[in-house]
Design a binder for this molecule. Structure first.
Ligand code: ZN
Ligand code: ZN
Length: 234
């Protein structure tokens, strides 16, 4: 079956994410758009993923994940078959991130929400602070935890491995790259040796992807989806 996906969505936990990016709004908008699989990938945290999974139930496959910022200020999406694996990655990041307090008036609030979309807490440490882990560290930790690291928006002028390093490090075990929709046609040939993901990086509800990019799967199962994903070239 074709599983239409958007694997790069920010919730209200990301300071830059709109406060309307609540679990119910994200799930309902994704269903309205006709998506089958989503990932909520907040900066350096999976703090709202449990609630999104609870709200989604069996209506939508939610892949646990987060968008890690490396010491080189490169964004790496990390996906995991289970929430506990993602939470282990988050724990690692908590002790390997610059301890900067959030300034909600400047960066925005970082909200933890329950299944009724009620605010149950606010993260006080700035989640968008870079971790002290290198790209190599993030890759090795994500793989060791059973996850899949994917360099995010490699076509962007900032926070991407290409913009910051100038190339994809050849020694990295890269099993997929993300290219944004507007540059997909221009970039996909050059990186055709990698499985290419195209997601929205939505910070606002309306930006959640249309059902355009898909992966063929046999069942709605995170492990199978991630295994298939690494074989896909769009
Ligand atoms: Zn990013
Ligand atoms: Zn993002």
């Amino acid at each position: 079956m074709k599983a239409f996906y958007d694997l790069h969505i920010h919730s209200a936990l990301s300071p830059c994410g709109d406060e309307d990016m609540t679990p119910n709004n994200i799930v309902n908008m994704s269903l309205l758009k006709g998506l089958d699989v989503i990932a909520v990938t907040d900066h350096n945290s999976c703090g709202n993923v449990r609630t999104v999974m609870e709200v989604a139930g069996d209506r939508l496959l939610v892949i646990p994940g987060m968008e890690v910022e490396t010491a080189e200020e490169v964004h790496i999406l990390c996906y995991f078959p289970t929430l506990s694996q993602a939470e282990a990655m988050e724990e690692l990041l908590k002790t390997n991130r610059l301890p900067i307090d959030n300034r909600p008036d400047i960066f925005g609030r970082q909200l933890y929400l329950n299944a009724e979309d009620e605010i149950i807490g606010e993260e006080t440490r700035l989640l968008t602070a870079a971790s002290t882990l290198s790209i190599e560290d993030v890759f090795s930790h994500a793989f060791a935890l059973g996850g899949l690291p994917v360099p995010a928006h490699i076509d962007r002028q900032s926070y991407s491995v290409i913009s910051n390093l100038g190339f994809l490090p050849p020694h990295l075990d890269i099993r997929g790259v993300e290219i944004t929709a507007k540059n997909l046609d221009a970039w996909k040939t050059e990186y055709a040796q990698y499985p290419i993901l195209c997601s929205s990086d939505a910070h606002y509800l309306g930006d959640i992807a249309e059902p355009f990019h898909f992966i063929d799967i046999n069942s709605k199962n995170a492990e199978e989806f991630l295994a298939k994903l690494t074989k896909k070239i769009c």
